[in-house]
Design a protein around this ligand. Structure first.
Ligand SMILES: Nc1ncnc2c1ncn2[C@@H]1O[C@H](COP(=O)(O)OP(=O)(O)OP(=O)(O)O)[C@@H](O)[C@H]1O
Ligand SMILES: [Mg+2]
Length: 294
């Protein structure tokens, strides 16, 4: 982390190309998601987003977590669902949405979605819920069982205690762990998360943030995380997009340091809080600027 006097927030122009060096050698970058002047006007005639342009690149071994902040109704979910190829947000009205260099045409296994509300099947156990996507893919039963059990543990649940439970027997935090495991077991290249931890108590929320950072690194996925918590975005994010009021567009893109200690430790530290306050000032400033209609 940077020193408290100068929080390490680097504003970056939206869509600016990324270059990366490791050990002095330039590594090849991959453009994972790219929006070019994307706009969405719904059938009702309402324009939710306009002129959204950004590019998220990565280099092998470093996939980014992108935090998306913005006022309610500014189009954050619209942006995530456009990446996922989900209707009615997809297709965009204007512009181009690309994932791994190709225009998005439909949902695909390369993109996994974790919603805010718990999206498990009520009539399936934890294990069966986590194995569901593998079943759809035709993974043999013994293999998917093994993988499901593996992921039960990875998200902090207990195979013996939890594998045979049904969603109604789980707490909110446990259900959200199942939702995360259901997505990650499929090893998507891009993970889309829409306020996934909003309903959790602070302690569980910290634990889930830690798990998200560790596991997204493990599966080598690029993550887009929509959140109303500036602390959460600053903690998990390598990069932040700050959206304007509707019709939403990116007002500011910034790079922030990656987390290197547990959430509940780091989020109390003065250096961390300094960055949070800087981002909060920036967001509030941008909102005022935006409301002034300029
Ligand atoms: N299917 C739809 N048809 C018409 N309008 C829609 C549709 N989906 C979303 N909208 C509108 O588009 C705008 C952006 O919606 P969106 O859900 O993307 O916002 P959001 O930033 O995710 O908000 P929140 O933070 O409250 O979740 C809202 O005004 C919403 O009413
Ligand atoms: Mg939303």
């Amino acid at each position: 982390m940077s020193d408290a006097a100068s929080p390490d927030i680097t504003p970056a122009a939206a869509g600016a190309p990324a270059t990366a060096t490791a050990g002095g050698a330039t590594q090849e970058t991959t453009t994972v998601v790219e929006f070019t002047q994307v706009g969405k006007t719904y059938d009702t005639g309402y324009t939710a987003i306009k002129d959204v342009t950004f590019r998220v690149d990565d280099v092998p071994g470093h996939m980014e977590i992108v935090g998306i902040l913005g006022p309610s109704g500014c189009g954050k979910s619209t942006v995530l669902r456009l990446i996922a190829g989900l209707t009615p947000q997809h297709p965009a009205t204007t512009g181009i949405v690309k994932v791994m260099g190709k225009p998005v045409e439909a949902p695909g296994a390369d993109r996994g979605f974790v919603f805010q509300d718990y999206t498990s099947f009520d009539h399936r156990t934890v294990e069966q819920n986590i194995a569901f996507g593998l079943e759809c893919r035709g993974t043999p039963a013994n293999e998917r069982l093994e993988l499901a059990r593996d992921w039960i543990q990875k998200v902090g649940l207990d195979v013996k205690r939890d594998a045979d439970k049904y969603p109604h027997e789980l707490s909110g935090g446990m259900r959200q762990r199942v939702a995360l495991a259901r997505t990650l077991v499929l090893k998507p290249r891009v993970i889309l998360m829409d306020e996934p931890f909003g309903a959790l108590d602070p302690k569980t929320r910290y634990a889930m943030q830690d798990q998200l950072v560790a596991l997204s690194r493990e599966v080598q996925a690029t993550v887009f995380l929509v959140t109303h918590s500036i602390e959460e975005a600053v903690y998990v994010g390598d990069r932040l997009f700050v959206f304007s009021n509707a019709p939403g567009t990116i007002l500011q893109e910034m790079s922030i340091p990656a987390p290197d200690r547990p959430a509940r430790v780091m989020q109390r530290e003065p250096d961390f809080l300094d960055i949070v306050f800087s981002v909060r000032d920036l967001v509030e400033g941008l909102e005022m600027y935006d409301r002034a209609g300029t």
